[in-house]
Design a protein. Structure first.
Length: 529
């Protein structure tokens, strides 16, 4: 099929001529935009706000990039959101809130380019109808809540950071090339933040937040050693989030992604880069000393070994990496061991861990709230206000303040009821089902695509397992990763038979095969592996 006919039918970007894919602005416009960027930077620096100047220059350069390659906008948006740079710019550097809030809306440009200029069909993943249903359930639940205004705020966040982000990313990432670049951006963020945390811990510069990307929490860990000044405490790092367990959760999702990007690589440099990203992310996780992350990762390994998604050699490499990590950070091993002692009742102090008991109280309380509001729950974001009304009935380790459920699943049951829970679990089930289909379809003929699907699938499962100990907060990270998984599944299921017969390319290399079939998504054959 000719490139012209592919272009007429809205075919894959990977095989279309560069001239038909990009429209370069005139040289005069480029010079003008660069001049404006430099002037804005110099003016802001002269005015005493260099960060605002850099942001202003970056905004102009981003506009230039969007004019040349609209699909590159996804790289910027994903990088800014996953590094939490927009929130940090507002909280630490005085950047206006509207600038940070507008980051996801940058994707309107590439989506409009795909739908209007290239006239390509709207991508509707198999999970998107259920995501839309989940939004409808949240709206109804919020309208029935005891505090409609408070609950409506959570619905608004979901519209922007949930369904909105999901729709725009899946309609922007339409080729293997774009998906590869986006994942490399995620891994680069993991390297930057992980190594920054490692440097912060190695130099003991805990009073330096490094522009907001290496924040500290109030939590500390007793190392078991004492000095003349008292017990030695190990601070728990919080990265760009400012909360240890959330930092561990978002970094942990990058570990399987990096490992499978490395496994699929066919040349040394990309392989080493992907392994380095997985290692840096693991260091970031270790320095949070999060027991929930450790348990979640162990559950992922067990699930994937049982299902046959991890080979023995891969399990050996991962186990070796874990051993080296525990050697480097022995306090982490001791902290995980304390959790085992709590479960078995064999604790050094003779009493169970209060943090574990507190979370058990919160989870059981959420179950009681759900039992009284089983259909639509108490409304999005409303469980904390119900905690103290029900916690005394549980009576294990009650806190005298509002508390979250600290469990993804019972939290959704309490706030959105059984209807919302079924819709949410359906979203996860359909996404994982499609990734499994992609993996099976391309495992032999295109192992790079199979590895892509496996890495994203493990990232989603990682979030699901850590969700046993954390409620749905900072949800943009979840929906962002779910959108990448949805885009990957759509691309993998829509690849043509021509791509099946083509020579497999390593996942880091420029793809020569078409990344998206000419058949629109809504006419997908739905073939199984």
């Amino acid at each position: 099929m000719s490139a012209e006919s592919l272009a007429a039918r809205g075919g894959p970007a990977d095989v279309m001529p560069a001239a038909s894919r990009t429209r370069r602005p005139p040289a005069a416009l480029i010079v003008l935009l660069v001049a404006v960027a430099l002037a804005g930077t110099i003016g802001a620096i002269g005015g005493g706000n260099p960060v605002l100047g850099i942001v202003s220059a970056g905004a102009v350069l981003l506009a230039l990039t969007m004019a040349i390659r609209p699909d590159y906008t996804a790289l910027v948006v994903v990088g800014v959101l996953y590094s939490n740079a927009a929130v940090i710019a507002v909280q630490f550097h005085g950047v206006p809130y509207i600038a940070a809030a507008g980051v996801p809306f940058l994707l309107v440009v590439p989506v409009g380019y795909e739908l209007i200029v290239r006239r390509r069909p709207i991508v509707v993943t198999s999970a998107f109808p259920l995501i839309s249903l989940f939004l409808l359930i949240q709206i109804v639940s919020a309208l029935l809540a005891d505090d409609v205004a408070s609950s409506a705020g959570d619905v608004e966040i979901f519209v922007v950071e949930g369904i909105g982000l999901y729709f725009m990313l899946t309609n922007t990432i339409r080729s293997l090339d774009t998906l590869r670049r986006v994942v490399w951006v995620l891994l680069a963020v993991g390297v930057f933040i992980g190594l920054l945390s490692a440097y912060q811990d190695a130099t003991k510069t805990y009073d330096n937040d490094y522009w907001g990307f290496a924040q500290m929490s109030q939590a500390t860990l007793d190392t078991g050693t004492t000095t003349l000044s008292g017990a030695t405490l190990q601070p728990r790092l919080a990265g760009p989030i400012g909360e240890t367990n959330r930092y561990a959760q978002i970094m942990l999702m990058l570990v399987p992604l990096g490992l499978f990007w490395a496994v699929s690589a066919r040349s040394r440099i990309p392989r080493l880069a992907a392994f380095a990203a997985a290692g840096a992310a693991s260091i970031g996780v270790a320095l949070t000393f999060s027991r929930g992350a450790a348990v979640g990762f162990f559950l992922v390994l067990v699930i994937m070994v049982v299902l046959g998604y991890i080979k023995p050699i891969q399990l050996f490499v991962v186990s070796l990496g874990i051993a080296l990590l525990l050697v480097a950070f022995p306090q982490y091993g001791s902290r995980v061991g304390s959790l085992v002692g709590t479960v078995t009742g064999d604790t050094a102090s003779g009493s169970p861990d209060n943090a574990v008991l507190s979370r058990a109280t919160e989870a059981i309380t959420a179950v009681l709230v759900f039992a009284d509001h089983p259909i639509l729950g108490v409304g999005p974001g409303r469980f904390p206000s119900y905690y103290r009304l029900y916690a005394d009935d549980v009576g294990i380790a009650v806190k005298q303040r509002d508390r979250e459920a600290h469990d993804l699943y019972v939290g959704i049951l309490a706030e959105d009821g059984i209807v919302g829970f079924v819709a949410f679990m359906g979203i996860l089930a359909l996404t994982l089902r499609d990734l499994i289909r992609v993996r099976r379809r391309w495992l032999k003929s295109r192992p790079d695509i199979a590895a892509m699907a496996t890495g994203l699938m493990l990232s989603i499962v990682t979030y699901m397992t850590t969700g046993l100990f954390l409620h749905l907060s900072y949800a943009r990270y979840f929906w962002l990763m779910l959108a990448l998984a949805g885009a990957a599944a759509h691309i993998g299921l829509e690849l043509t038979e021509e791509a099946r017969r083509s020579k497999a390319q390593p996942i880091h290399a420029p793809a020569a095969a078409p990344a998206l079939g000419a058949v629109p998504y809504l006419r997908r054959t739905g073939q199984r592996a």
